[in-house]
Design a protein around this ligand. Structure first.
Ligand code: RNT
Ligand code: ZN
Length: 420
């Protein structure tokens, strides 16, 4: 049997014949840090109070597979295991509910950087960047279904203070780790049925954001992103933070748009939104996810949506302007295995895009040779990208091919299954 290196050498020549430099492709892949969401490890539970789980917010985690992380130490152990099976250096994406509150009840509008020192120290030690999200769900103050767009001044003020606190924490993380922390705002505000306050609530959300963004932070410390949604469970008819709303807000105020692959109409192409927005935005944030029926957050796999997404980023030469964060959760399978599957799938899709013979395809297109563009893209599917991927994994000192599966199984047997 040929070794991974021999297979790579052969693949390198085949790609080179098409004008593709596989070493360059791998260097670009290595440079692409993905923001790995902490919440796959504990079903979006967080550490606010023992037993507190996901409630409200229009998102739901199903499944009761044993081994859910119950505290920051377990979650960090699980992340370390997952990251050891993923090639490259990445970032970890936290939510405000993952602070270390020392068993104390700390109101969300009172959280501080010190509640995240444990994460910052760990990230520094592991050589990881951190990203951050405010948490405006799973809370009594969100029970009405409205937060930043609430007509109740007390509720709105509480959540404005929460997001302000989160932005300060994000800036602190960025400063400490010397890599800008992306702070993403997603709220579940919306209505199950007819609402007569569609405009009113969007004006309230606009005003809340204006107050929140009244404090400016240096871009090398933190940057703001706004994540829209089409519908959620219990907000089927109306979502205050729609795509149009945030797009308008972001363009007007120089904020970043976050597009979650699960938050659009099923036939709408998130991939094509990338080259639509790039002429107007310096940077974009993507939540890489897999919508299925009513759920927006299945574990990511290499499907056509993901491939097109990666292709549009690479074809637009925008790998440095489009930040990729993962966003999926499955409580029904080995959670570490779910993480690794989704992150590696994203990397494989990026690699496939980086291995496209773009110069040749562009030449064909400019020469009006449309069939050749199509044919070349098709033939690409039978090229040995897997050999390049295996070599990448091996050179990054992580298991190639499916060898990581037994490592995730062993971790489950030795660690996860032993948890209560
Ligand atoms: C929900 C959004 C959001 C969340 C996380 C937990 O539909 O996608 O990004 O998944 O903030
Ligand atoms: Zn998302």
């Amino acid at each position: 049997m040929l070794s991974i290196e021999q297979r790579y050498d052969e693949a390198r020549e085949r790609y080179a014949a098409l004008g593709v430099d596989t070493d360059k492709a791998l260097a670009a892949l290595e440079q692409t840090a993905l923001s790995v969401h902490c919440w796959q490890g504990d079903d979006v539970g967080g550490f606010e109070a023992p037993g507190a789980g996901l409630s409200g917010g229009g998102i739901a985690v199903t499944g009761a597979h044993p081994g859910r992380a119950r505290n920051p130490r377990e979650l960090r152990d699980d992340l370390e295991c997952a990251l050891s099976l993923i090639p490259g250096k990445h970032r970890v994406n936290l939510h405000a509910i993952y602070g270390e509150f020392g068993g104390q009840k700390v109101e969300r509008n009172r959280i501080e950087p010190r509640h995240f020192y444990g994460w910052i120290d760990w990230a520094r030690e592991q050589g990881l960047g951190l990203d951050f999200n405010c948490t405006l769900f799973s809370h009594p103050m969100a029970a009405s279904g409205y937060t930043l767009s609430s007509e109740d001044d007390t509720v709105r003020k509480f959540w404005i203070e929460h997001v302000e606190a989160c932005r300060a924490i994000a800036a602190h993380m960025g400063r400490e780790l010397e890599t800008p922390c992306i702070h993403n705002i997603w709220i579940a505000d919306g209505a199950k049925d007819i609402s007569l306050l569609r405009l009113r609530r969007r004006e309230l959300l606009r005003d809340s954001l204006d107050i929140i963004f009244g404090t400016a932070y240096p871009v090398d410390e933190m940057r703001d992103a706004l994540e829209s949604k089409l519908f959620g469970i219990g907000s089927e008819t109306y979502v205050v933070g729609s795509h149009d709303f945030y797009l308008a807000y972001a363009l007007k105020h120089g904020k970043m748009i976050c597009m979650d692959m699960g938050h659009y109409h099923p036939t709408e192409s998130v991939a094509d939104k990338i080259p639509s927005l790039l002429p107007f935005c310096d940077e974009l944030l993507l939540h890489v996810s897999r919508p299925l029926r009513w759920d927006s957050d299945h574990v990511v796999i290499v499907n056509d949506d993901l491939r097109s997404l990666a292709e549009e980023i690479v074809r637009a030469r925008a790998l440095e302007r489009v930040r990729l964060a993962l966003d999926f959760f499955d409580g029904g399978i080995n959670r570490v295995g779910a993480w690794v599957t989704g992150v590696r799938a994203t990397q494989k899709a990026l690699l496939a895009a980086l291995l496209e013979p773009l110069e040749l395809m562009r030449r064909y297109e400019r020469n009006g040779d449309g069939f050749a563009v199509l044919a070349l893209a098709e033939e690409q599917k039978a090229m040995p990208a897997g050999d390049v991927w295996d070599y990448f994994c091996e050179s990054m000192q992580v298991p190639a091919g499916n060898a990581w599966i037994k490592e995730a199984q062993a971790y489950e047997k030795e660690i996860l299954k032993r948890r209560g």
